[in-house]
Design a protein around this ligand. Sequence first.
Ligand SMILES: Cc1cc2nc3c(=O)[nH]c(=O)nc-3n(C[C@H](O)[C@H](O)[C@H](O)COP(=O)(O)O)c2cc1C
Length: 187
Amino acid sequence: MKKNIGSQLALYPTPVTVIGAMDGEKPTWTLVAHVGIIGHDRVLVSLAAPHFINHCIKENQKLSINIVNEDFLPEADYSGSVSGAKEDKSKLFQYELGASGTPIIEKAPLTMECSVVDVYNTPNFESFICMIDNTYVEEVYLNEDGKINYQTLKPVLFEFPTYEYLRTGEVIAPCLSYAKEIKKGEK
Ligand SMILES: Cc1cc2nc3c(=O)[nH]c(=O)nc-3n(C[C@H](O)[C@H](O)[C@H](O)COP(=O)(O)O)c2cc1C
């Protein structure tokens, strides 16, 4: 029998993102790995309530989710090391504003601009429930069918227990290919 290690936050790895929001005329950036998908039209961004970026998000009800790959992992990592309350992080990344007015990191392979539709409060955390307004992707990461190719985009993953970044990129099998084999009695 498996060892019971108690109540553990063990749903890892998760993708690492840099959340962007406008602080007046300037952007601010925060590294966030506690992100998730709700249904097919909402995403969740879980932030500790005291973080600097939270009030900027609430002010505009908008944020950007910048997927991190290894090309800008060092700067992304830095955005998770210091609070905007202590240091101006606005110059950390080259950026442009998207159609919804959120800051889009130039080096990020993919960015979603989001509108906040709800906030789910838990002790010391604010989880922003967002709808996706726009998705910007470097065209090299689109396949010939116009779909995002995560095999080449290679989002960096995070895991809390050992506090490390992990590499992605290999395809194991097409989804449901095993199911087809099992139905045919081949597995
Ligand atoms: C790898 C990594 C992942 C992180 N993930 C989260 C997260 O999911 N939620 C969160 O609130 N903070 C997370 N943090 C911490 C914030 O990024 C960090 O405290 C940051 O300095 C807060 O910045 P701010 O106060 O300017 O918003 C993470 C930090 C690191 C290094």
